[in-house]
Write a protein that binds this ligand. Structure first.
Ligand SMILES: *[C@@H]1O[C@H](CO)[C@@H](O)[C@H](O)[C@H]1NC(C)=O
Ligand SMILES: *[C@@H]1O[C@H](CO)[C@@H](O)[C@H](O)[C@H]1NC(C)=O
Length: 449
C-alpha cells in the first residue's frame, strides 16, 4: 500500500526537480544584442515563447511577471538611474526597511513605488521608483492642519496607485471641444423663489440615482451621462420610467470618437443616447474596471480587464431609452439652481486636482498646501459628476460656506457616502463652467406603463 503510493510521488519529484532546473539554463538577457537596459525601457525585450520578455532595470525592481527569467542574474551590473532610499549601504548583504530584513532581489511596494534590494558598489541598497502617488500623507496632513472647511483621509482602494493612474482610471472625461463649449445657453425663467438649500433626493425620493462606482476605468463620461439621463427620465415621466440606464451600454457601444476606459466626451455621449438610446442597467450591468488587479505591471493599462466589454448583439434589440439633445445652462449660480429645482440633477465637468482624491467630508476647495511641489505633483484631469442640489455649511457659524451637493462615481466608501460638497459661486475647479441638462424622451406609452 505504502509502496504503491510512494512510487508515483517519487517520479513526480524528479519531474518537478527537472522543471525547476530548466530556467537556470535559460538565456534571454544574456544573449540579447545590447544586453540589459537602464531605467524603464519598453523596447528592451527578447522573444520568449510566443510573446516578449523584458531585460530592463524596471524588471529588476518590480518583479514584473513579464521579466525574462535571467534578468536578476544577468542585469544587476546596470548603472542605477535612481537615487538610493538608504544612503548607507548595509554590508551584511541585505537591506533593512522599517525593521524588516530584505535580501538581494527582494522587492517591496511602498505606497505606489516598488523598491528593490539591489547589489551596489560596497553593499546592497534599497532603491525605489520615484512615482508621485495618488494618496499622499503630505496632502492629508496639510489639508487637515488647516481650517479650510474640509477634511482629507486615506482610501485603501486608492492607496498604491500613482497620481497618473488615478487620472487615467478614476476620471475619464475629455475637456469639451471648442464648438461644444461655445454652445448657446438656454434662458432660464426665474419663476420660483430659490430656497437657501435644496436636495433633489428629497424633492424626488426614489427617482434620483444613487452613487455608482466606475472602478479602475476612466468612464466618468458614460457614468455621469447615464445617471443624469436616468434621473431626468424618472422625473419627467413622474416616476413611470425609473430603471437606471446602463453606463456599460454607453461605454461599450459609443465607440466612435470615444476612448472607452481611457476617457470620452460628454457631447458625443449625449449624441449617442439621443440617436440610439440606452438599455437599462439590469439588462446590461456595469463590469468595466471592477476586477481586483494590481496596477503595478507594465501592461496594466492594456490588460483586457481595463478594457470595456464588447457591445453584445442581444442588447441591441432590448428596449431602449432616448433623450433630447442636451442643453447648456449658464455659469450663473441662480440659473443652475433654477434648472435643478425645476428639472432635476444636472451634469457638471470638474477639473480634478491632486488633493481631491483624499476628500473625506466638508466643503471641498483646492488646497495648495505649504509644500513646494513640482508640476508632476500637481497634475490635473477632467472628470464629470452630477449636481443634485446646494446649501450653506454652517459648521463654523462665523464662516458660512455655500456649496453645491454632488454625486461622484467612486462608490459609497469615498467622501460623504459617495457624495461631496464643493464651494459654490466661485467656479471652484470649473464646476460651474459647463453645466448640461437634458429632456428625456418620454412618450405616452411610458407614462401609462
Ligand atoms: C550577462 O551576460 C553577458 C553575456 O553572456 C555576460 O557577458 C555578462 O557578464 C553577464 N552579466 C552579468 C552581470 O552576469
Ligand atoms: C492607507 O491605507 C493603506 C491600506 O489600508 C495602508 O497600508 C497605508 O499605510 C495607509 N496610509 C496612510 C498614510 O495612512
Amino acid at each position: 500500500m505504502i509502496l504503491f503510493s510512494a512510487y508515483p510521488l517519487g517520479i513526480l519529484t524528479v519531474i518537478v526537480l527537472l522543471m525547476l532546473t530548466v530556467p537556470a539554463r535559460a538565456q534571454y538577457c544574456s544573449e540579447r544584442p545590447g544586453g540589459c537596459c537602464p531605467g524603464r525601457d519598453d523596447a528592451c525585450t527578447v522573444p520568449r515563447a510566443d510573446t516578449l520578455c523584458y531585460c530592463d532595470e524596471f524588471c529588476l525592481r518590480s518583479k514584473d511577471p513579464d521579466c525574462c527569467p535571467d534578468v536578476f542574474n544577468n542585469c544587476t551590473a546596470l548603472p542605477s538611474t535612481k537615487s538610493p532610499l538608504n544612503p548607507n549601504p548595509i554590508t551584511t548583504g541585505d537591506c533593512i526597511y522599517q525593521g524588516r530584513n530584505l535580501y538581494a532581489g527582494d522587492s517591496i511596494k511602498i505606497n505606489c513605488n516598488t523598491c528593490a534590494c539591489l547589489p551596489m558598489v560596497g553593499g546592497y541598497q534599497l532603491e525605489c521608483e520615484e512615482n508621485v502617488c495618488l494618496i499622499r500623507e503630505e496632502i492629508i496632513n496639510s489639508v487637515n492642519s488647516e481650517s479650510n472647511g474640509w477634511r482629507a483621509s486615506n482610501y485603501s482602494f486608492l492607496w498604491g496607485m500613482t497620481l497618473e493612474e488615478g487620472i487615467q482610471r478614476r476620471l475619464g472625461t475629455l475637456k469639451p471641444g471648442r464648438a461644444v463649449a461655445a454652445m448657446t445657453e438656454i434662458d432660464i425663467e426665474q419663476t420660483n423663489q430659490l430656497p437657501e438649500s435644496f436636495d433633489s433626493r428629497q424633492k424626488w425620493p426614489g427617482w434620483v440615482e444613487g452613487v455608482m462606482d466606475q472602478g479602475n476605468c476612466g468612464s466618468s463620461w458614460a457614468v455621469s451621462t447615464t445617471a443624469v439621463a436616468s434621473d431626468r427620465l424618472a422625473i419627467q415621466s413622474m416616476g413611470h420610467m425609473r430603471a437606471p440606464l446602463s453606463a456599460q451600454n454607453l461605454l461599450s457601444c459609443n465607440t466612435r470618437g470615444q476612448r472607452g476606459c481611457d476617457g470620452g466626451r460628454i457631447d458625443r455621449a449625449w449624441f449617442y443616447v439621443r440617436r440610439f438610446g440606452i438599455v437599462t442597467d439590469q439588462c446590461y450591468p456595469y463590469k468595466s474596471g471592477m476586477d481586483e488587479a494590481s496596477m503595478m505591471t507594465r501592461h496594466a493599462c492594456m490588460l483586457p480587464r481595463y478594457k470595456t466589454t464588447p457591445c453584445p448583439k442581444d442588447k441591441v434589440t432590448s428596449e431602449k431609452y432616448q433623450s433630447s439633445p442636451p442643453y447648456r445652462i449658464s455659469t450663473e449660480e441662480d440659473d443652475i439652481k433654477a434648472e435643478i429645482l425645476e428639472n432635476g440633477p444636472v451634469q457638471a465637468t470638474l477639473l480634478v486636482k491632486a488633493d481631491f482624491y483624499s476628500y473625506a467630508r466638508g466643503v471641498y476647495k483646492y488646497t495648495r498646501g505649504s509644500v513646494k511641489e513640482s508640476s508632476q505633483h500637481r497634475r490635473k484631469g477632467y472628470h464629470s459628476v452630477r449636481v443634485l442640489g446646494w446649501g450653506v455649511d454652517r459648521t463654523d457659524p462665523d464662516n458660512p460656506i455655500p456649496y453645491w451637493l454632488c454625486a461622484n462615481s467612486w462608490g459609497s466608501q469615498w467622501g460623504e457616502d459617495g457624495y461631496f460638497r464643493i464651494l459654490r459661486g466661485q467656479d471652484e475647479c470649473e464646476i460651474e463652467s459647463f453645466i448640461l441638462g437634458v429632456w428625456g424622451d418620454v412618450d405616452m406609452d411610458m407614462m401609462q406603463g
